[in-house]
Design a protein around this ligand. Structure first.
Ligand code: G3H
Length: 396
């Protein structure tokens, strides 16, 4: 975004992105004027469709999907090799690309200002560049996200991981005073080191106070869901604003650009996860993704199961009955945040995720080779660059 357009109060990430665009005026001007689409339905109409989705999605917890064979090329291709920490150095980005090429990962997932470097590093390889948009809060205004998305594609990104403005969904369902935050994943250094304060303040309850419950369920280790479905029209979230943002990004970045919507599931109730799934399908996103790795405990099995079930149900919907205009098109699920081990990875794939976002890809691949050679055993030795916020370069 041109500096004249920059809002006065910027996050560190936004400051870097604005700086990047200011240094690349050709790229910025290539984007031209960006029009935001008009909405498709009123909030009431969205609410009625979403309520149906919330009632009909059926989670089969016991269902196990066929995960690619551990150690196979297909297994490696499920991994988006990720570095999203703000202070990643060029050398770390180069190492990320080289590791992704060597391991045969699907992509490297980085911030906008690293995209040109990754594109250049990965020329001629099958590894694509994925760029996060609106990272990590998701609350940036729509124009800002659109310019970021346009710039990322212009710079060569093939996949965009866009953070949902989840505050819009949760605005009318504030945490109840008696609710407690989900426990932090003690192995998640990202959460522990940089967002603990945010998480404590912002983490949403998993239990609502009202009313209609769908047939879906989540794994027993998650608190029991009591989905919130607003009954007072004044409490209907601004679904239109969410859809409009997503649909405009889709129209600015048509297929084959792969679009993933990051929910930040730790901040949402199951009903809100289903609302977000519905809107993502309506806007023709390719993936729904659990977490940024910067807020809350990251991918949880029950949430992944719920999202997979939502994708299955929504793929049966058509435009005329409120679903995606591309009838039969099925969104996929990317599990991300806190996936640190081969066991975590396999668990998510067997729950139906087809993509994994992790900064522990090297470790996971080392484990998978060890399992192949020795059967399941202890974790491999060596030093690996773990975690999105790897203020720790963990030694094992
Ligand atoms: O999208 C990917 C996540 O940001 C990665 O999170 P992680 O560092 O916890 O693996």
């Amino acid at each position: 975004m041109a500096s004249a357009d920059a809002p006065t109060s910027l996050t560190n990430s936004e400051t870097l992105i604005h700086g990047f665009l200011a240094e690349n005026p050709a790229l910025d001007s290539e984007l031209g004027k960006i029009e935001i689409m008009t909405d498709r339905y009123t909030d009431d109409e969205w609410a009625s469709q979403i309520t149906k989705t919330q009632k009909k999605v059926d989670v089969k917890r016991e269902r196990k999907y066929n995960a690619p064979k551990v150690g196979s090329n297909e297994f490696a291709e499920t991994i988006d090799h990720t570095v999203l920490k703000l202070d990643a150095t060029p050398a770390q980005i180069d190492a990320l690309c080289s590791e992704a090429r060597t391991e045969g990962f699907k992509s490297v997932c980085v911030r906008l200002y690293h995209v040109p470097r990754c594109v250049s590093n990965l020329k001629g390889s099958s590894v694509v560049v994925a760029c996060v948009i609106g990272f990590h809060e998701g609350t940036q205004d729509t124009h800002s996200k659109l310019r970021e998305a346009g710039a990322a594609v212009a710079a060569g990104a093939r996949e965009l991981d866009v953070v949902l403005n989840h505050n819009i969904l949760t605005k009318h369902n504030p945490p109840s005073p008696e609710s407690t935050a989900p426990p932090l994943n003690s192995r998640d250094s990202t959460t522990d080191t940089i967002t603990a304060a945010n998480t404590a303040v912002n983490t949403r309850p998993r239990n609502g106070t009202s009313a209609t419950e769908g047939p879906y369920s989540v794994q027993s280790s998650s608190p029991p869901p009591t989905p919130i479905v607003p009954t007072d029209p004044e409490e209907i979230p601004d679904y239109s604003a969410i859809y409009t943002e997503l649909a405009t990004i889709r129209s600015l970045c048509p297929s084959p650009t792969v679009l993933k919507l990051i929910f930040e599931t730790s901040q949402l109730t199951p009903a809100q996860i289903l609302a977000a799934s519905h809107l993502a399908a309506a806007a023709n996103f390719d993936f729904i993704k659990t977490s940024t790795g910067f807020n809350g405990p990251g991918a949880q099995l029950g949430d992944v199961q719920l999202m997979v079930a939502a994708c299955e149900y929504l793929s049966t919907k058509t435009q005329s009955n409120g679903g995606s205009p591309m009838s039969g098109r099925k969104m996929q699920v990317k599990a991300s945040g806190g996936i640190r081990s081969l066991e975590d990875a396999v668990k998510m794939l067997e729950a139906g995720a087809t993509r994994l976002g992790t900064s522990s890809g090297i470790w996971i691949m080392q484990e998978s080779r060890r399992v192949g050679e020795e059967g399941e055993g202890s974790r491999p030795g060596g030093v690996t660059r773990l975690y999105t916020d790897d203020s720790v370069g963990a030694e094992y």
